[in-house]
Design a protein around this ligand. Structure first.
Ligand code: ATP
Ligand code: MG
Length: 425
């Protein structure tokens, strides 16, 4: 009896060979940018104790309330990481990377897991590039992070299609005062709020500010404004950040309703937003979280970071048609052979790979008709076919045929082949 085929889980995507070149292109641009600013890579496990996320992300957030993949193993509650900041702080503490306010500029890249409703730009396994900095309280590091992302957009040719939204959430005391005023205003208007916001009124009232419901947004027009509650120090910090961004020409919009979904943010918050992706328009989001290290049992440590969604960035690169053509090219040379030359052909390929470490050479395997091999060579996207046969080898030669443009096959001496390839690729 035929068996049903097993399929991937909804919201968990395969990234196919036709797609990986674009992923690698994006990753290379990101790494070059991070290297250029002196950031170091850290790699954390994908699974952590559930309590790590409960204590950091916050019990009343969407992530902890309903989005985590949590399971039991050896009587412990474990969770597939829904984000990277908590794990990064845990790792830094555990290995004394940030003891005594030691400064760190770190990044990581990898899958995150959230049980969300899958749609364009929103998946259950998705990938983030995260950046976290520790030990620096002044606004210059907040500015550096934003300038770094700005440079990345330039490298990727999407600079014109993203807008920076900026806000400050002040000190925890300022936030608490504002929260109380906001709740007081909204409680008497509770029946006018959308359903989600009604629930959040008890659990996470600040999140109501970025409700997607137009009627809730209209109601908020008369609500208390955070700017009236902000503490002196945070206001100063915010104006220093703005002055630095102004000085280097990074434009921004102040969005007083930008609050971010996670509990641990204070002072600076920012999002890079695009109109190219419909509803899921935030491609990069972050902010300052000076309280988190202490909240997880460490010493008070200033920290600021961000995360970007790789899938959304890739959707954007594709939509805007800014992926350079050479990204799809994965081969330089396709080696075909006529007749009984399997051994010398394999030797030649090995020698070329040794001498030209960057050469991307694929050998046709299993022989077969010459014309069929040449057809594969053309399909491979390689720049040249190398043709090996007994007659040519007897003369110390090999055939070279250009595949991307018109051109006749030429014979090259085996002695010159390496130099010729080095010059012509
Ligand atoms: P959103 O409001 O879009 O749900 P968030 O506040 O939950 O975002 P963060 O936790 O700050 O997002 O994650 C940073 C970035 O990671 C987002 O701006 C987005 O680009 C990406 N991201 C978040 N959740 C998903 C997801 N489920 N699928 C794909 N990308 C995601
Ligand atoms: Mg979310």
């Amino acid at each position: 009896m035929a068996q049903d085929k097993i399929k991937a889980l909804i919201g968990m995507n395969d990234i196919l060979p036709s797609q990986t070149p674009v992923w690698r292109f994006l990753e290379a641009q990101v790494k070059a940018t991070l290297d250029g600013f002196g950031y170091q890579e850290i790699r954390m496990p994908l699974v952590e104790q559930t309590s790590l996320f409960k204590r950091s992300v916050g019990e009343a957030t969407d992530i902890v309330e309903k989005e985590m993949y949590t399971f039991e193993r050896s009587e412990r509650s474990l969770t597939l990481r829904p984000e990277g900041t908590a794990s990064c702080v845990r790792a830094c503490e555990e290995h004394q990377l940030i003891a005594n306010n030691k400064r760190q500029r770190l990044w990581y890249m990898g899958p995150m897991f959230r049980y969300e409703r899958p749609q364009k730009g929103r998946y259950r396994q998705f990938h983030q590039i995260g950046v976290e900095t520790f030990g620096m309280a002044s606004a210059d590091i907040d500015a550096e992070l934003i300038i770094m992302t700005h440079q990345l957009w330039q490298r990727l040719n999407i600079r014109d299609k993203v807008v920076l939204q900026l806000n400050t959430l002040g000190s925890s005391e300022a936030r608490a005062n504002f929260k109380a005023a906001l709740v007081e205003f909204l409680v008497v208007r509770k029946d006018q709020l959308d359903e989600d916001s009604q629930r959040r009124l008890d659990t996470n009232p600040l999140r109501i500010l970025d409700s997607k419901s137009p009627s809730t947004q209209a109601l908020l027009n008369d609500a208390p404004e955070f700017m009236d509650y902000i503490d002196e120090e945070s206001a100063q910090h915010f104006s220093e950040l703005r002055a630095l961004l102004d000085a280097v020409g990074v434009e921004y919009e102040i969005n007083p309703r930008l609050v971010r979904g996670l509990d641990y943010y204070g002072k600076t918050v920012f999002e890079w937003v695009t109109n190219e992706l419909g509803a899921q328009g935030t491609i990069c989001a972050g902010g300052r979280y000076d309280g988190l290290v202490e909240q997880l049992g460490g010493k008070p440590t200033p920290a600021v970071g961000f995360a970007m969604g790789i899938e959304r960035l890739i959707l954007m690169l594709e939509a805007m048609d800014v992926i350079p053509a050479q990204v799809a090219k994965t081969l330089d040379v396709y080696l075909v052979s006529e007749g009984d030359v399997a051994v010398p052909a394999m030797k030649l390929a090995t020698q070329l790979r040794d001498q030209l470490p960057k050469l991307r050479l694929q050998m046709h395997m299993g022989g077969g008709k010459f014309n069929k091999q040449m057809k594969k060579a053309v399909e491979s996207g390689a720049s040249f076919a190398l043709v090996v046969n007994e007659e040519k080898l007897a003369n110390g030669q090999v055939g070279v045929k250009p595949l991307l443009e018109r051109g006749e096959q030429i014979n090259l001496s085996l002695d010159n082949l390496t130099d010729w390839l080095a010059q012509n690729l």
